[in-house]
Design a binder for this molecule. Sequence first.
Ligand code: R5P
Length: 305
Amino acid sequence: MNKNHRILLSGTSNEPLARKIAKELDKKLGKVTIKHFSDGETYVNVEEDVNDQKVYFIQSGSYPTNESLMELLIMLHALKKTNLKPKKVIAVVPFYPYRRMEKTVEVGESLTFELVADLLNTAGIDKIICMDLHKHRSKRFFKFQRRELFAMPVLIDYLRKKDLSNTVLVAPDKGSMPELKKYSRALGIPIVKAYKKRKKHDEAIIKKLVGEVEGKDIIIIDDEINTAGTLLGVVNALKEKKAKDIYFACTHAVLSGPAIERLKQAPLKEVIVTDTINLPEEKRIDKIKILSVAKIFADAIRMDH
Ligand code: R5P
């Protein structure tokens, strides 16, 4: 077997994306069995010859999060801590689980981002390829090689095709400002700043908008949408100020709890997301446009040394 052969394996959390990445690379996914014992514990068996090969295991840490995470850990463990002897094991994690807690606010909270990084390390990971982490400084928790990818080129390509002559960009919090500036440069449209205050975990209100939005089309940019509480807060504030058509674009479509109902009712023209998370059929409502990041991952794998 070719010594520099790359083997692609997929977990169960986002097989459609794994298949698209494999297609881009003109490869087939390798054979693994992943199933559950009757008490719910995960069983994994790698049936592919991975001896001296670079193995890429593609698994999003998406809902059901704990299930997806355990599957990732057990697969890494099976690859690295048995006699399979791959050359290198790379976890391709389009959506990193437990990413929001990369800093704690109150005593007694767990830094779950770091915990997951430590677990991956213990399981035997050599490198992670991930996308749009919540905050860039969180990368310091990885004690292994890492490559962070960005969905921005795919989102920008799509947004560029719209008539942007009367459009401004809005980000829900100041943390997103560096990202938003890149969008602003690429699309050639101005930014309106929004200042968010979180009432509860899934509810946000916009305290202030700095810039003119009346009669304007709006593109709201964020890294993820979870319960859609933040988005709703921004949309309400914009509509109060008589904004015209509102679009939303983000990388990770978590869409948990009340999100879909909220999106159905919100005065939004379109919700543009990527396929880092595999959306079940019932969440694929008309307003949602899904763009694929498969090529970005395939290129990163192709160029990985
Ligand atoms: C927060 O810092 C993130 O960038 C998102 O704004 C947030 O995770 C969205 O969550 P939700 O949709 O539940 O408001």
